[in-house]
Ligand binder design. Sequence first.
Ligand code: ATP
Ligand code: ZN
Length: 977
Amino acid sequence: MMDGRRHSVDIPISKTLVALRRVRSLRDPSTNAVSRLSPLIDDGDWENGSSNGVSLSLRFLNASHAGDCDGGNGFSRSNSLDFKGQREQETAELELEMLNSKMNYCGISCQEGRRDEQLVYSSPKQQGISRDKSPNESCCSIHEGGGLDLIAITPPCNHLKDGELCYLSTALRVDHSKSDRKLLRKNHMIQSGVVGDLASHLGSQQCSARFALEQTTQDVDALDNHHGCGLRSCWSKSPRFRESNHYSEIEGLPLILQHANETDLNGNRNIRCIGGELSPTIGTPRSLSVKFRPKSFDDLVGQNVIRKSLLGAISRGRISSFYLFHGPRGTGKTSASRIFAAALNCLSSLEQKPCGLCRECVLFFSGRNKNVNEVDSLRINRAEKVKSLVKHACIPPISSSFKVFIIDECQLLHGETWASILNSLENVSHHVVFVMITPDLDNLPRSAISRAQRYHFAKIKDADISRRLERICVEEGLESEQVALDFIATRSCGSLRDAETMLDQLSLLGKKITISLVHELTGVISDDELLDFLDLALSSDTSSTVIRARELVRTRIDPLQLISQLANLIMDILSGKCELGGSEVKTGFYNRYTSEADLQKLSHALGILSETEKQLRISKNQATWFTAALLQLSSVEYSPVDTNTTKLCTPAAVSIRDGDTCSTSPKGGSLEHLSTAGQSDDKLYRLGVQDDHNGTLDSIWYKATEMCQSSRLKTFLRKQGKLSSVFVSQGRAVAELDFHHRDYVSKAEKSWKLIANSLQFILGCNLELRINYVPSCTSDSMYAKLKRSSFNFFSCSRRIRWKSLLTNEQGSESDYAEYTSRKPMMKDQTLTCSSDYEPRVPPFESCHGIGMEVLSTLRNSEGNLLSSGKMLLNRPDEETPRTYCSRVDSGKGEGCNYEHLASSTLDLDNQSDCFPGTRWLHKKFGSFYAPQQKDFVLSIPKFKCSEICRYDLEPFVFSHRRPNNCTQATEKKCERR
Ligand SMILES: Nc1ncnc2c1ncn2[C@@H]1O[C@H](COP(=O)(O)OP(=O)(O)OP(=O)(O)O)[C@@H](O)[C@H]1O
Ligand SMILES: [Zn+2]
């Protein structure tokens, strides 16, 4: 064993002597550690290794050191994993690469005892390649015709214990001859690479040998640190690394991002994990999320299917050339892409990849693997850049199995860039893999999406996030309350990065992470406080509610935040997420709100809050809106008949229409009394109606017409029009304006905007205006009936409803269709569809898919509400989308096909082309199903219907829950979607 370790190096003698001197000069003054080398060097044999060189063989001092290192079987018994299997090919590739680049290249390899061999690479100028095969010898050999200084250091591995890593480092000093330097400069090549990194792992013993050879125009030190091997004390510096990157060097621009710091950290941390030690060179990570970035698939939280699928692809060797990782932010897409890249090149024969030990892994995690590139998606938008990238991609990888391009935020790529990359996919080598990452799949070209293997990174479950935070707290030595971590998890909306960032911030406070601390930091109130507050708001104690609301707003809480907290809380209650138990406040609350009526009250409250949330976003006077909304919460009363509908066209309304001032407009009364006759169960209330109006419809109409600039119009409206009803409910008014002639209706519609604005001004709240044709001879009861069966969805104005009123009392859809106006009712209007939601089983269909009731509101370009309605969407499956809508004013669960409804209410000339009803809805809503997520946002792109009118659709905000009667089969469908 004494001679068992022998590093044989062939170098010119003159250079060798210089090298020796340099070795001594490299003594670490703090530890004097280089002195350990002296015996090695002293013990070295100088041999003539080639015709014009000298071979330097270095032996381990004694066999026991080596034995310590390899567990008694010699270092040569190291397990080099797959490294051997690929070495020959790689060797050839490396040689080729080096020869091509006219570089002198030195190779060092560490071998198993069975197949010890010495690989030496040299440029054509060099005198030869020596292969020295001597069992039980670990050799380093270098030929360098042009002059080479070499220092070989073999640390005495006498401190190794089981499970520790031992790094055998070889430091080489390479001086190129002047001519070589010139050559290098000429070629603008700076080459560095690790020729041989061998990590060995055998049983409980881990012994990793790492050889680094870096060849640059300057001196290069390849260093490694480790406790136990004493190398850390030998070399106090971290490895100096000069990135080699053909692509960026060719371009002169660093298109390929190298996260030097981060990957360094990664690398060090990875080594630390394996070896169980902290690297002394590690800098302090900038954040917890950087520090705890997953390094293996096992570290990836909550993405099990993706992990299995990617590992399966690797183990079966079925690697696609184009992957697309998409999903919400902070869910691990970037991390997974890096792990995948590492796993693709990992040399381990084990299933678990990346192993973190093999040469490729070590290179990768130290950020030195030139075959894994992160590309700046903005920069490659330039034609020449993408061309160059594609060119680079066409060159097969040299030393690794795969060349991987990771393009983050690929939604920023231009169409031409996509085209170039996609076109190149067929030409690139089988060993090139593109991993595109985006949080926004909708903004990618269809051609890209369809060609990629897509992986959706779902939001991470709160429980998983909480567990991860707990682990981080343990590792970081942070004291924390479980409930605080749970709260952070809930607040982070499925993004682990958000959660980690919040934890990071909290950790800076240097205190135990408690729930109150979290509340303080995030500016929210606790659940108990919130429940108390909700309780108060739902009670009729107006003054206490206002006082408390003011208090909260004045102190610390943002109204918008509070509204959304309240909405979330109500949603949790309605969905049964808040279970009985917990604090006293909670129990008390749940005990009080158990009946159907209470739940309805809550769902009404949810509607109000959601509406208010929208108002708050655009309002400067948030506190007022906030308080007004709170006061509305208590106004909602349970109506067992139909609590979800706003009564617009009821017999009561007819009586109002007739100016039943007794019941509709008491003296000096306010609008809240206008329509209460016969509907005591639906308490309507007034919002902002000015008191100087006497409240009668006639007076309102008079005031409104007063505002008309044109006297002709004023006269016309006063003479022919009649304000038949005004209802104010939940902060918005619905006004019905009747005309006895169709031509008048048309004329009035031309000025609908003006009328709506005037009424809005008078009433002081949002308004939905309906212009109706009512034949003068229609009786009240008939009128009421007809109105009840009319459709009022998306209506900003109505015109002829029933032509044959006198002959056909009931009317029919064909009548309706026949007399629906063929002219656009709105021009250049902005239609804003905002949605609330209430999962409801379609009343007219059994639940095939997901039923969802959507409250859609129509606003004008000023943001004022013109119309609102509820529609019930039910999409049974992908192939046969069916969308239904229930009429807002029917109240009986009547539904109609949306296509019909859309065309009828929107009154378009050519509905099939311009507004293809169901198809439109399907197109717009088709992508919004994300049942696995509780809340999601649907962004609807601008929808243009150029010939008829313009409708801009604002983003929808949905919260989705499944209908109660969703069967198991349906559930499965839901899941799939
Ligand atoms: N699934 C996960 N498992 C473990 N850690 C995660 C996971 N997702 C996110 N993280 C944490 O969040 C940080 C950021 O993750 P990553 O960059 O991979 O997310 P991303 O989905 O790519 O986000 P973005 O779309 O914003 O780029 C990681 O460093 C890690 O600490
Ligand atoms: Zn590996």
